[in-house]
Design a protein around this ligand. Structure first.
Ligand SMILES: NC(=O)c1ccc[n+]([C@@H]2O[C@H](COP(=O)([O-])OP(=O)(O)OC[C@H]3O[C@@H](n4cnc5c(N)ncnc54)[C@H](O)[C@@H]3O)[C@@H](O)[C@H]2O)c1
Length: 283
């Protein structure tokens, strides 16, 4: 897909961070943009920002962990804008802690959003992206966490490995079908967003009980602090649109970036049959 003008793009997790930046980038490129998020007030503000720059924008409050809500988002987008071309399955949350101490509710919540949210999105949108026969693209937000492993963040890293695999599978399947819909997996390094405050939108039924744990406090504190030093989300959005134009699947940091080095080190470790080492920057 080379030209985004007068095309329809959908972005989940669009009320903040990378999703908001993606929505702006598609609007700047001339697309109609449907934005979805579980936080309605912030979502409406983003839709207003897009309209203020002359774009057509539709805000649909959506919890991506609820399959019917994601299907309703797909229906509403199609009703409002017609053919759906680009879908960014981007909503995501973070929780840290020792694997055996993290409460089940952490695993469930992170998987609800980061894995099931993407599965529901792919099932609801892909048939609609295929049915009109025009060029389209699917972007799944994984992370460099999907290509590496680190201590004290099992639910998050596991979720990002899972959607990376789903993205690779989708790519192979759509290619096998000769479809006009491409796939990219977005694997950012550290980005300046509110991911460290993911709890702000954690639903009641997935709330944590019990005591806090030192490793959890350490890693969640570090995420909160370090994201402020991360890249501007606009840079990640620009990288993503370039990758779509170039039909590039892996959207990763540039060569030489410490996360690329960590990813190479992990692959070398596997190839050489050595045991895992701590390869993630800062771990
Ligand atoms: N910030 C980083 O350093 C970084 C690095 C790699 C990957 N990512 C990934 O980027 C994606 C976007 O995160 P971000 O960093 O912009 O964080 P963010 O917190 O700024 O934005 C995430 C958005 O997702 C929304 N969201 C949460 N639960 C939802 C749900 N159930 N349904 C719909 N929306 C929901 C939040 O309300 C929020 O607006 C995530 O998938 C994250 O894992 C972030």
């Amino acid at each position: 897909m080379k030209d985004f003008s007068s095309k329809t793009a959908v972005v989940t997790g669009a009320a903040s961070g990378i999703g908001r930046a993606l929505a702006h980038a598609f609007a700047d490129a001339g697309s109609r943009v449907a934005v979805a998020d579980v936080q309605p007030d912030a979502l409406e503000r983003v839709a207003d920002e897009l309209r203020a720059k002359g774009a057509e924008a539709l805000a649909v409050p959506t919890d991506v962990s609820v399959p019917d809500a994601v299907s309703a988002l797909a229906e509403r987008t199609q009703e409002a804008f017609g053919a759906i071309h680009v879908v960014c399955h981007n909503a995501g949350v973070f929780a840290g802690g020792l694997s055996w101490e993290a409460p089940l509710s952490d695993y469930e919540w992170v998987f609800d959003v980061n894995v099931w949210g993407v599965v529901h999105g792919v099932r609801a949108f892909t048939p609609k992206q295929l049915e009109h026969g025009e060029a389209g693209h699917i972007v799944i937000t994984s992370s460099m966490a999907g290509l590496t492993s680190a201590p004290f963040c099992a639910p998050y890293y596991m979720s990002k490995h899972a959607v990376l695999s789903l993205a690779e599978t989708l790519h192979l399947e759509l290619e096998a079908k000769g479809a006009a819909v491409g796939v990219s997996v977005l694997c950012p390094e550290l980005v300046d967003t509110r991911i460290g405050e993911s709890d702000r939108n954690r639903p009641e039924h997935r709330k944590r009980g019990g005591p806090s744990h030192p490793e959890r406090d350490l890693v969640e504190g570090a995420i909160k602090q370090s994201t402020g030093t991360g890249l501007d989300p606009a840079e990640i959005a620009a990288r993503t649109l370039d990758a779509i134009r170039e039909q590039r699947f892996y959207v990763v940091p540039p060569d030489g970036d410490p996360w690329r080095v960590a990813c190479d080190a992990r692959l070398d470790t596997i190839r050489d049959g050595r045991n895992p080492g701590s390869v993630v920057p800062g771990s």
